[in-house]
Design a protein around this ligand. Structure first.
Ligand code: NI
Length: 149
């Protein structure tokens, strides 16, 4: 395992749409292992592939003692709304209120391409939405009122 360099907002890779994972091999597992190590050494709760310069649709989340590897996610259901503070390892030292769904259901696959599903609420729902946005080239600061950017 190795630490990966986390790109920051000026890097164009963070603004591109990532591609679905099609090959579930040792290269993917090494990438995911590196992302886990990088995330656990950071102050963040999530890390998406584009943040380490890889345009693949996958992210990892470490929150409240639970660790998730999420590949090829699809948000299939959202409910309600919540407003709360958000930050990003790619946008250092900036924290802003962002509106997100209160509850989300995400379908995805694990590192062996097994189908999985999670329903998350509150801050966990926020984290899933934030990381999923990274796969579409969207940063949380893109969601703020234009006047605040
Ligand atoms: Ni982020």
């Amino acid at each position: 395992m190795a630490l990966r360099k986390i790109l920051t907002q000026e890097n164009e890779i963070l603004h591109k749409v990532a591609k679905p994972v099609k090959v579930f091999d040792e290269d993917l597992w090494e990438l995911l292992d590196d992302m886990k190590e990088t995330l656990l050494k950071s102050t963040g709760v999530g890390l998406a592939c584009p943040q380490v310069g890889v345009l693949k649709r996958a992210f990892v989340i470490n929150l409240n003692g639970a660790y998730f590897e999420v590949i090829n996610p699809k948000i299939v259901k959202t409910e309600g709304r919540q407003k709360g503070q958000e930050g990003c390892l790619s946008v250092p030292n900036r924290y802003e209120d962002v509106v997100r769904p209160k509850k989300v259901t995400i379908e995805f696959v694990d590192r062996y391409n097994n189908p999985m599903s999670i329903t998350a609420t509150d801050f966990m729902a926020r984290a899933f939405c934030h990381e999923n946005d990274h796969l579409n080239g969207v940063l949380f600061i893109d969601l703020l009122d234009k006047k605040k950017n």
